[in-house]
Ligand binder design. Structure first.
Ligand code: NAP
Length: 490
């Protein structure tokens, strides 16, 4: 196994990619108001600052995206694909430094951050290959004399607003699809993790993305978000974040009737049936639940295990989770980093306290980690009230386990949530996998796997988890509109 580079070396590479400016219309610029401090959540120190842009700068970014759009859209798909391919090559060449930057601003362990950079880059590679395949169709008309041609055209300049939990991947899965389709983009990254976004944008410019096609604007939500959602020049908003903010942004977009993609919160159920391979179920649970310290939208938020195998599963899961190493992101062997902020810790503590009050037990963990700061012990809970976890994302390293007695009960409880992003099930019975997989109300289902994210997999939710898809040909459709042209053939 190749050795991880030294922490000092990695931190230097990450810092070398850090840009403390916003990218507006192809120019790096400062803001008018006091800049926003970006913290290192593992050290609880200030990592750097990004500008707080005023409305005029955001308008400039929007206007530049509108100006750049016709030429970019008119380019051959092959040319746009070539720019994407060069962007992917530059990201690959800088992957250690980009991963270090993610670790610095987000806190996830460096090897996991490296996995995110590669995952993020897989969207760019995948969409680079699609750019020359945006074919339309010919349609047989109901009238004999007509021929109908349906073209697929880019929707126009788009705005993207992204969260902090995947500082690279949440950006590339929007931007790569948008650029592939011929759209231009103004991005507002999360204020907690803007540096990865800015570094990715710099590499996109180096790859030959024309000026104005990609701006990264940082600043107050009211100013930046308000301008992006209010502008008639922006034809679509792609948002990833909480359901609450998504609802508000959809309202703000209503007056200009923007197309919307809403990748919102989840409260994923994970079901372990009595015929499951228990080791596989435990590994799948750990992989899905504890990645990013449990701060992912698709991670299992509530685990339902058949009563006949519950004790066995709990014993193995508890043994496995109690060995997960918590620590700073550049320390070797660490798999759980800090939570993003103090609010995140409070929420985890609140969910554990409410579970105990409802009769649940803590099997391992259950408290802040001895490292202090924003570190929390990986936790397994048994019993309590699953309705809490169906209604609220914990967003932390906590696996609450509940018993069930029948398939029907498991599916009913799994579906008893306003969310419907991901769901997981473990069974060796193919009939049951198909039956349960079809019955679960979620957009993304994992069977015998806790990991479902993949550039070729349509990713997105149902119910209050949103609408639209990212990745795959379905993700591309979100950036395209159909134009029909009718030829009267006489
Ligand atoms: P969040 O509070 O909704 O913020 C997401 C983004 O929206 C950030 O860039 C944030 O900016 C911005 N924002 C917040 N209020 C805004 C407003 N009034 N106007 C314009 N922009 C605004 O969510 P988060 O805490 O960063 O991320 C966690 C949430 O994202 C979870 O619910 C998780 O499930 C969800 N998520 C969903 C997916 C998916 O694909 N479905 C993937 C990842 C995460 P600031 O950072 O500047 O506040």
């Amino acid at each position: 196994m190749s050795q991880q580079p030294s922490p000092n070396d990695l931190i230097a590479q990450g810092r070398a990619l850090m840009i403390e400016k916003a990218l507006v219309a192809g120019r790096w610029r400062d803001g008018e108001a006091s800049p926003i401090a970006v913290e290192d959540p593992a050290e609880e120190t200030v990592l750097g600052h990004v500008p707080s842009l005023g409305g005029a700068a955001v308008e400039q970014a929007i206007e530049a995206a509108a100006r750049a759009f016709p030429d970019w859209a008119a380019r051959k798909g092959k040319d746009r694909g070539a720019v994407l391919a060069r962007w992917a090559a530059l990201i690959e060449a800088n992957e250690n430094g980009l991963a270090a930057l993610i670790s610095l601003e987000n806190g996830k362990p460096w090897p996991e951050a490296l996995g995110e950079v590669r995952y993020a880059n897989s969207f760019i590679t995948w969409f680079a290959g699609m750019a020359e395949r945006l074919d339309g169709r010919t349609i047989e008309s109901a009238k004999d004399e007509d021929l109908i041609l349906a073209f697929r055209e880019p929707v126009g300049p788009v705005a993207a607003i992204t969260p902090w939990n995947f500082p690279a991947a949440m950006i590339t899965r929007k931007a790569a699809a948008a650029f592939c389709a011929g759209c231009t983009m103004v991005l507002k990254p999360a204020s907690a993790t803007p540096f990865t976004a800015l570094a990715l944008a710099r590499l996109a410019l180096e790859a030959g993305l024309p000026e104005g096609c990609f701006s990264v604007v940082t600043g107050a939500n009211s100013e930046v978000g308000g301008r992006l959602t209010g502008s008639p020049l922006i034809r679509k908003l792609s948002f990833t974040g909480s359901t609450e903010v998504g609802r508000r942004l959809a309202e703000q977009c209503a007056p200009t009737l923007k197309r919307l993609s809403m990748e919102l919160g989840g409260a994923a159920p994970l079901i372990v049936f009595e015929d499951a391979d228990i080791d596989q179920a435990v590994e799948g649970t750990v992989a899905g639940k504890f990645r990013a310290a449990g701060q992912t939208c698709v991670c299992p938020n509530r685990i339902y295990v058949h009563e006949a195998v519950r004790e066995d599963y709990l014993e193995r899961l508890t043994a496995r989770v109690s060995k997960l190493k918590v620590g700073k992101p550049f320390e070797e062997g660490v798999v759980i980093g800090p939570l993003i902020d103090a609010k995140g810790l409070d929420k985890v503590e609140d969910h554990i306290a409410r579970t105990k009050a409802a009769g649940g037990r803590v099997l391992t963990g259950g408290a802040r980690h001895e490292l202090g700061g924003r570190f929390f012990q990986p936790t397994v809970l048994a019993g309590g009230d699953d309705r809490l976890f169906a209604a609220e994302e914990t967003f932390g390293p906590v696996a609450p386990v509940f018993a069930f007695l029948s398939e029907e009960e498991a599916l009913t409880r799994a579906n008893a949530s306003e969310f419907g992003l991901a769901a997981f099930l473990f069974t060796r019975d193919l009939d049951r996998a198909m039956r349960a997989g079809r019955a679960l109300e979620a957009g993304i289902i994992g069977v015998n796997s806790g990991l479902v994210s993949n550039a070729a997999n349509p990713f997105g939710g149902v119910k209050q988890s949103g609408y639209g898809r990212e990745g795959s040909v379905y993700g591309l459709d979100d950036y395209l509109q159909v134009k029909s042209l009718t030829l009267a053939l006489g």
